[in-house]
Design a protein around this ligand. Structure first.
Ligand code: KE4
Length: 451
């Protein structure tokens, strides 16, 4: 592997594991973003997580803000989740039959999300979105799908067009292997661009089966919706007879108990979930009203199935997690920690003279490294402190600066997502002292970056 390694003596075991992994797994990983390739490094291999802390194969400890890319809102190895999974495992974990846990988790989701009274469990966010799109096309008899530039919805063929997250940094936005015929019925809109949406619906509204979007973008970094944007998409869909599919795989139970649809008072027709509802075990789900969901086999003709769908272990972990999220108290705590981290990072960047725009929704947060335009050149993607409004703005940020910041923080014992185009996640295991320690280390890293 020809990539620059972290300071060698601290990461020998990880590097040895990585060399073995690279013999057996493409890129040595099970998912591209965790390869650290985007920041030009070899990945660390994690041996243990507990609370907000990780320990890698070399015994290095980290304060973690990846948190599994979102599922671990309680923190790593939470006692309630450990107990629920152990108890379930002791009685068997896979029956190919129904289990009570599926029903209980479905009821917990419905209680928190009024627009998701019915749900079908699957095994990943990808599977949830691809199933929701099939249902939307069946329900409307239409083919056209509208997605948002930079939106990432898993590796769904039809949506690997200008996709965010790892698809921005690891694959060409329209990945090889996806025939043009598959994306011929996919149209891409810029986020937060109401005129573009109105124009598309004016021209093609009668052909549109669904608009699928992250209500708060998290896969280009955190970009919240601007006032009126979500409401406009809802009205355009209603007028055209198209469905609004909210991909809340990341935001569901993250930005509030009712997800982003609750936070922004939006009525989606279908909702995709994942991550938190599985408490760290493999899970996905899609849901909505009975009229639509009863089109799904065996209730209706739209086929979708899965050997491990509704797996009792994942259900048990999800139930244990959601049961600790049933009041506003945990979200108030996460909001306060998020506000503290945002203020700290902004102050540190200002002190260091680094053009950083920190954007946040609840406990998901991203510092965008606004690029220094070449001397005399016009800045692309807005002024140094202008908000990142969409994919174009995000792509104009300084990825190299983020990569240097990532490495400095990793060596300082803080694990961040290895990409500018990801969200950092705060958990209920993080403390104010953790946040303050993070800000101190970030201040040192930013100062070094700018010296
Ligand atoms: P999975 O198939 O990875 O479970 O979910 C896909 C997905 C769908 N929708 C949204 C909004 C998502 O954020 C994701 C997956 N998120 C990425 C992190 N940006 C997962 C990390 C990875 O790919 O390894």
């Amino acid at each position: 592997m020809s990539k620059t390694r972290l300071s060698a003596q601290h990461y020998q075991q990880s590097h040895r594991l990585f060399l073995r992994a690279a013999q057996r797994m493409p890129g040595g990983v099970s998912s591209p973003v965790r390869s650290f390739k985007n920041v030009g490094l070899s990945p660390v291999f994690i041996r243990q997580g507990r609370g907000a802390a990780l320990v890698d194969a070399d015994g290095n400890r980290y304060l973690d803000y990846v948190m599994g890319y979102g599922p671990l809102i309680l923190g790593h190895a939470h006692p309630a989740v450990r107990a629920a999974v152990a108890s379930r495992m002791s009685r068997g974990a896979c029956f190919g039959c129904c289990s009570e846990e599926e029903v209980t988790l479905a009821e917990l989701i419905a209680a928190a999300m009024p627009h998701v009274p019915m749900v079908r469990f699957v095994n990943s966010g990808t599977e949830a979105v691809l199933s929701a799109l099939r249902l939307a096309r069946a329900a409307t008899g239409r083919a056209l799908i509208v997605k948002i530039a930079g939106g990432y919805h898993g590796h769904v063929d039809a949506l690997l067009v200008q996709a965010g997250s790892g698809a921005t940094t690891h694959g060409t936005p329209s990945s090889p292997g996806v025939p043009a015929a598959v994306t011929a019925d996919t149209v891409v809109l810029a986020y937060n661009d109401i005129p573009a949406a109105e124009k598309l619906f004016q021209r093609q509204g009668a052909r549109i089966a669904a608009v699928v979007l992250e209500l708060v973008m998290g896969n280009i970094g955190v970009v919240p919706p601007e006032a009126g944007y979500l409401e406009t998409l809802r009205a355009l869909c209603d007028r055209a007879g198209a469905l609004l599919v909210a991909d809340e795989v990341m935001t569901g139970f993250r930005v509030g108990r009712g997800g982003a649809q609750g936070r922004f008072q939006l009525r989606p027709d279908l909702t995709c979930l994942g991550k938190i509802i599985g408490g760290g075990l493999p899970v996905g789900a899609y849901g909505g009203g009975a009229r639509l969901m009863n089109l799904i086999s065996p209730a209706g003709p739209v086929y979708q199935a899965g050997t491990l769908s509704g797996n009792p272990l994942a259900m048990a972990a999800g139930i244990a997690t959601l049961r600790l999220l049933e009041t506003s108290e945990p979200y108030d705590r996460l909001e306060a920690l998020g506000r503290r981290l945002q203020a700290g990072l902004e102050a540190a960047a200002k002190q260091a003279g680094v053009p950083l725009v920190v954007q946040r929704c609840g406990s998901m947060i991203t510092p965008f490294f606004r690029s220094h335009p070449p001397r005399g050149a016009a800045r692309r993607g807005g002024a140094a402190n202008a908000p990142v409004r969409n994919y174009t703005d995000a792509l104009a940020c300084d990825q190299r600066a983020y990569g240097r910041f990532f490495k400095a923080m990793l060596d300082a014992g803080v694990m961040l997502p290895p990409s500018q185009f990801e969200a950092w996640f705060i958990s209920l295991a993080h403390t104010e002292a953790d946040i303050d320690r993070t800000v101190r280390k970030a201040a040192a890293a930013l100062t070094a970056l700018h010296s």
